[in-house]
Write a protein that binds this ligand. Structure first.
Ligand code: KG4
Ligand code: ZN
Length: 349
């Protein structure tokens, strides 16, 4: 059985994990930089890269110690090589390549989005093909996942990612960063019918998303001075969250119809990425899935937000297929999942 060390540094979490081919997570550590970025109201790439550099070695040593594992038991090292904040990606990938070289181990370059896409196969029995709704701070996509490295994009956002919309609305409501969890908490105390907000693209054909108009509508309500007390803030958070859920449900319904045409054997809807931590959204998507005869799979929250177990697991899946990477593979700030069709992604020109 294989054992893979995974490393994740593409955003503001420094993470390491050891995952076995039997889907056992032997150990995992996640160090969030939230507090370092909080004074700036968002992630500062330079601070993120320096913080990864300061902490990654300890995180990796700690993860090995937690599992009482020494290097001789490890079969491969997997690290995120993109997409993401390039300074942090380079820190993690270079560290992983250096260890792979020094220990004579295979290196597996992982696309961060592939980590999210395959995370449901770590937590649950989900065979290919399946429908994936990937909702995070940087991405909002619907994909048919046909196999390891085989992703067909059905729809994407035309402007903001949904997590970005949560974060921007949270900023408007002075809720701090990251915004998603804060909005979810506040929304529990509010009524979603108080403010009328748009459901961008809902009812239209296709599976694309748009969140800029929704965010602007929230800003206009705030600018008009309609949010004077705690009650109104909670109601606006609830109205926004419901508008997002309605929009995602509408687009995902269209994607489920597309999946049925492309892959009649597809039986699962997987929701992954940081926004998939949202319970109200999960409940809504469970209904959409059921109405299309699909089972909803939402990995546990620790696997939805950025983590290294999903990177190690993608490494396990790739290693099993012999898809290891050369040490000179480039890190990429942009790296769409559809470009993963080949085993070793091409370096940028
Ligand atoms: O996947 P992730 O950890 O990092 C990226 O790769 O982007 O996602 C982070 C995003 C942030 O925008 C955060 O506000 C959002 O996920 N998020 C949530 C919740 N928890 C995290 N959004 C809505 N509800 C939540 N409970
Ligand atoms: Zn992510």
């Amino acid at each position: 059985m294989s054992l893979v060390l995974g490393i994740e540094t593409s955003c503001d979490e420094t993470a390491a994990a050891l995952v076995g081919g039997d889907r056992r997570v032997l150990a995992e550590r996640v160090l969030s930089q939230t507090r370092e970025h909080a004074p700036f109201g968002g992630i500062v790439p330079e601070i993120a890269a320096r913080s990864h550099l300061a902490h990654l070695e300890d995180m990796v040593r700690g993860t090995l110690a937690d599992a009482a594992c020494d290097w001789s038991r490890i079969d491969a090292i997997a690290a995120t090589t993109g997409p993401g904040l390039i300074g942090g990606v380079i820190v993690g990938a270079t560290f992983a390549k250096a260890v792979a070289l020094a220990r004579g181990l295979p290196f597996v370059a992982i696309n961060h989005l592939e980590g999210h896409a395959l995370s449901a196969r770590l937590s649950d029995d989900v065979p290919f093909p399946y429908l994936l709704l990937l909702v995070s701070g940087g991405h909002c996509q619907l994909l048919a996942v046909e196999g390891v490295g085989k992703y067909r994009r059905l729809g994407t956002t035309l402007d903001d990612a949904v997590g970005e919309a949560f974060d921007k609305v949270a900023k408007l409501l002075d809720l701090g960063y990251p915004g998603g969890p804060a909005i979810e908490k506040l929304a529990r105390e509010g009524t979603p019918k108080r403010f009328e907000l748009p459901r961008p693209l809902a009812g239209r054909p296709g599976c694309d998303f748009s969140f800029a108009g929704l965010k602007t509508a929230v800003r206009q309500i705030v600018d008009r001075g309609e949010v004077r007390d705690a009650r109104a803030r909670a109601d606006l958070a609830a109205s926004f969250q419901t508008a997002v859920a309605d929009t995602l449900a509408d687009r995902t319904g269209n994607a489920a119809r597309m999946l049925a045409r492309l892959h009649p054997s597809g039986a699962h809807l997987v929701v992954a990425g940081g926004v998939a931590a949202n319970k109200a959204l999960r409940e809504r998507l469970a209904k959409v899935a059921a109405s299309h005869g699909l089972a909803l799979v939402a990995p546990p929250i620790r696997l939805c937000t950025d983590n290294a177990a999903m990177i190690a697991w993608a490494g396990v899946e790739r290693l099993a297929l012999g898809l290891v990477s050369p040490l000179d593979i480039a890190c990429r700030p942009r790296w769409p999942l559809e470009e993963l069709a080949s085993a070793a992604p091409a370096s940028p020109p």
